[in-house]
Design a protein around this ligand. Structure first.
Ligand SMILES: Cc1cc2nc3c(=O)[nH]c(=O)nc-3n(C[C@H](O)[C@H](O)[C@H](O)COP(=O)(O)O)c2cc1C
Length: 382
């Protein structure tokens, strides 16, 4: 079994059963949507359908099961289960890094199972930035897309994970131009995503000015790959080869912060707010802060692996209903209507944003509204 293939299986087993979330919070605790006791609309009038990264295909709810797995025949059923539920609810889904299938075509089926189970969803291919830096390009991206008939491709940034993985490849030199070059040659959207340590304002600004239009912030506060790799190393070697100390809990840009920074840096981009999103209220807060949709990974995997597809169905249905009620109880009828709904941001989140040069009040009252107007202009709807 190839190294990439066996690592993928170890990751799924560890993540499904161990403590792999950071102690640091998403900082979404410092966000409150103001309850509207007079919503002047009916819950049935709430319409959660939304565009995704400029594609014609729509989502029935602004949610994404972000990329996790594939690459071993024993995980094909996981991609199939996630895809079945994504298809049923009309939400988007990503597969995990397809490097394994590019190195070893015998595991293609573990990815393509997703498209077979979900012929209509927005399905997102996935490759890592380190592979781009080391020679992957248009050919591999097209292979990854074709393998699952993908609507878009995510390029993941995982320097923290690579730095603490036993056999990691923390080589990122030249990566920006490789991503930008790839995006300019592909006719499908490229989504630049983190994996749980969070995009920053500087990184998003750099990529946005070079033409990248879709981002998944994947901030700190949920699954933490420094922690996963340290744990994996401990299991393999008795003690971690590269101990992380408090970095496994506290290194990274928390999700709430990362969403605001990404929106400020890329006003007209499509932004997925993810990392530690665990229920519909978290998702609604992520959107209210400036994301277009919310993404989650770990909760879907855990529920599916430990309790089966029916439980995953219930989880997704409840998250969608919670998003719907959050929109209704904010007096709005569309998810991005939350961009104009009153919002309270206080404490550490406000302080950290201000220290990062954000005028929080004008962001909440003016910038979010401007974003809504741009969205109406760009998409003809909000
Ligand atoms: C088991 C597992 C495997 C993952 N593999 C990938 C991957 O191959 N590519 C990627 O871009 N992100 C990967 N991720 C990261 C997720 O897409 C997501 O960004 C991150 O887990 C934070 O979200 P969460 O807190 O909801 O889990 C993986 C996450 C999990 C839990």
């Amino acid at each position: 079994m190839g190294e990439t293939v066996s690592r993928k299986l170890e990751h799924v087993k560890l993540v499904a059963s161990s403590k792999v979330e950071s102690r640091e919070s998403t900082l979404l605790d410092y966000v409150r949507l103001v309850h509207n006791p007079l919503p002047e609309t009916d819950i049935d009038k709430v319409d959660l359908t939304t565009r995704f990264c400029g594609l014609e295909k729509k989502l029935k709810a602004p949610l994404v099961i972000t990329g996790m797995t594939g690459g071993h025949r024993d995980v094909a059923w996981i991609n199939e289960g996630l895809a079945l539920v994504a298809e049923e609810f009309g939400i988007a889904m990503g597969v995990g890094s397809q490097r394994a299938a590019i190195e070893d075509p015998s595991v293609i089926e573990s990815f393509s199972a997703a498209r077979r189970a979900a012929p209509n969803i927005v399905l997102i291919a996935n490759l890592g930035a380190p592979q781009l830096a080391r020679g992957y390009g248009l050919r591999e991206a097209l292979k990854a897309i074709e393998m699952i008939d993908a609507d878009a491709i995510a390029i993941h940034l995982n320097p923290g994970q690579e730095a603490f993985q036993d056999e990691g490849e923390p080589q990122y030199s030249g990566v920006i131009s490789r991503i930008v070059d790839l995006a300019s040659r592909l006719d499908k959207p490229v989504i630049v995503k983190e994996v749980g340590t969070g995009l920053s304002r500087e990184a998003v600004a750099h990529l946005y000015s070079a033409g990248i239009k879709c981002f998944d912030v994947s901030g700190l506060g949920g699954t933490n790959w420094v922690k996963v790799e340290v744990l994996r190393s401990k299991v393999r070697n008795g003690a971690p080869l590269k101990p992380a100390g408090s970095m496994e809990d506290y290194w990274g840009n928390p999700t709430a912060l990362a969403i605001v920074e990404a929106r400020l840096a890329a006003p007209r981009a499509y932004i997925i707010g993810s990392g530690g999103i665990r229920n519909g209220l978290d998702a609604a807060k992520a959107i209210a802060l400036g994301a277009d949709s919310a993404g989650f990974a770990l909760p879907a995997l855990r529920v599916l692996v430990n309790s089966g597809v029916e439980s995953l169905r219930r989880l997704v249905a409840s998250i969608i209903y919670q998003v719907k009620t959050s929109v209704f109880l904010s007096g709005e009828t569309r998810p991005t209507g939350l961009w104009r709904a009153p919002l309270v941001v206080w404490g550490r989140l406000r302080e950290e944003l201000e220290l990062r040069g954000v005028d929080v009040d004008s962001y909440i009252k003016e910038f979010r509204l401007k974003t809504l107007m741009w969205r109406m202009r760009d998409y003809g709807e909000y």
